[in-house]
Ligand binder design. Sequence first.
Ligand SMILES: C[S@@+](CC[C@H](N)C(=O)[O-])C[C@H]1O[C@@H](n2cnc3c(N)ncnc32)[C@H](O)[C@@H]1O
Ligand SMILES: [Zn+2]
Ligand SMILES: [Zn+2]
Ligand SMILES: [Zn+2]
Ligand SMILES: [Zn+2]
Ligand SMILES: [Zn+2]
Ligand SMILES: [Zn+2]
Length: 433
Amino acid sequence: MNIVQKGIIQQSRILFQMAHRNAYRDSFQVDLTGLENNPQCPHGPMILFHRASTKKPSAITESFYACSAYRESKKCRLKIPCHKPGKQGVIPAKSTQEVPSQSPRLSGKDRKRKFDAVESTGGSLPREGWFCGHCGRLLEEDEVSSHKHKNLQKVDTRFPSRFLPPLDEERGEAQYFFDDKSLKFLLNILKAAKEKRVLYVGCPRLFEEASSEGKGSSNFLLDIDGRFERYFTPEQFAQYNMFNHHFYKTSGRENYMAFVSRGESKDLLMVMDPPFAGRVEVLANNLRQIFADIGSEGSVLWVFPYFFEKHVLREFPHFHMLDYKIEYDNHNKFKAQKGTLVNKRGSPVRLFTNMEPEKIKHPFEEGYWFCADCQRFSASENRHCFACAKCPSTDGKSWWHCGKCNRCVKPDYHHCVKCQRCHAEKCLQRTPS
Ligand SMILES: C[S@@+](CC[C@H](N)C(=O)[O-])C[C@H]1O[C@@H](n2cnc3c(N)ncnc32)[C@H](O)[C@@H]1O
Ligand SMILES: [Zn+2]
Ligand SMILES: [Zn+2]
Ligand SMILES: [Zn+2]
Ligand SMILES: [Zn+2]
Ligand SMILES: [Zn+2]
Ligand SMILES: [Zn+2]
């Protein structure tokens, strides 16, 4: 396991705890009714949150509007109280402003660095350029000689995710780029799909790769990271917030609309890889707005951790979670740390889709196999259970069938006579029967 996998697993444990907190204590409820009329911060319409009493969830103790994209970070601290819960109309919404595309800053030692200029190139960028890692930007030809910085590198400008420093977790963007295996897996799905156009929501690396293989006009990228404006044309990219369907520029929305309404709606496939800290109901609401723009539900590939399966399926019951484990390449924040739990399960990140699972080929060379009974691909550790009539594992572990419960359970579960059900060992020790 490499340091990135360790980091992701560590992050997944934190997210798992968050998910549980969301599910069982649920102290904040989101209210998405009339989202577009809410007050605005620079990242578009804010989200109305209701703080509910942990003891009595129906009792709302506070209601406020907060930034949809950076609520947990210092980047957008704007918080507006709403005195009449459920009536967002009480605070007049500011008129929609056109905000300049932003070049978000990095944390730590990168904070002092300047960022890439973001004027759109209109597609006139030379394929090769010099990127100064110290200054954080692509250089003009006459500038190169004056940048004698250590991390000056020759780059292929078609692949900015390969040289731009990733934006970090705490600030909200959580930029993890696919590793080459996952990239190949996803590209193969796109190639095999019948859809002719692909909308990438927060998937810059996949977009770059697909666009470099020709047919650039059949790909469109939406991402909050305004640095991509420097590398892609307005017909390819728009700066966008996937938590409130907000476009930073009116022209961005127009170009996106032109892309999605070109051709038939059934020809459109969407790939979305949001920050994992995003609330499922907010992302689902956003997806439904994209469906409305398209005129129907397009094909969707949503990259998200397996422990949100229940939440995703609550929003879209017809979606399937696939077994493929999506891996990422690098991230600033996650470095090898002593004492990190080595976990054999691999990445917790999966694909949720409304496409037919049997058509999504998983690589045999990575241990995946085709289950003829389930008519889909399963991971090597996921053994088919004939009693349950499915390959039951979701978490990268081999589950076993408990005849008493009549269902498959996780490997560390044991049947407890006292509780008359299977549960984890720890609980058994605490409640000896
Ligand atoms: C987990 S990364 C996914 C990148 C993808 N794995 C790839 O390699 O192409 C999340 C992506 O979503 C973008 N993003 C983060 N917050 C966003 C938001 N509120 N709206 C739109 N994009 C966002 C980030 O800039 C980043 O590119
Ligand atoms: Zn904001
Ligand atoms: Zn420099
Ligand atoms: Zn099976
Ligand atoms: Zn079973
Ligand atoms: Zn028990
Ligand atoms: Zn049992």
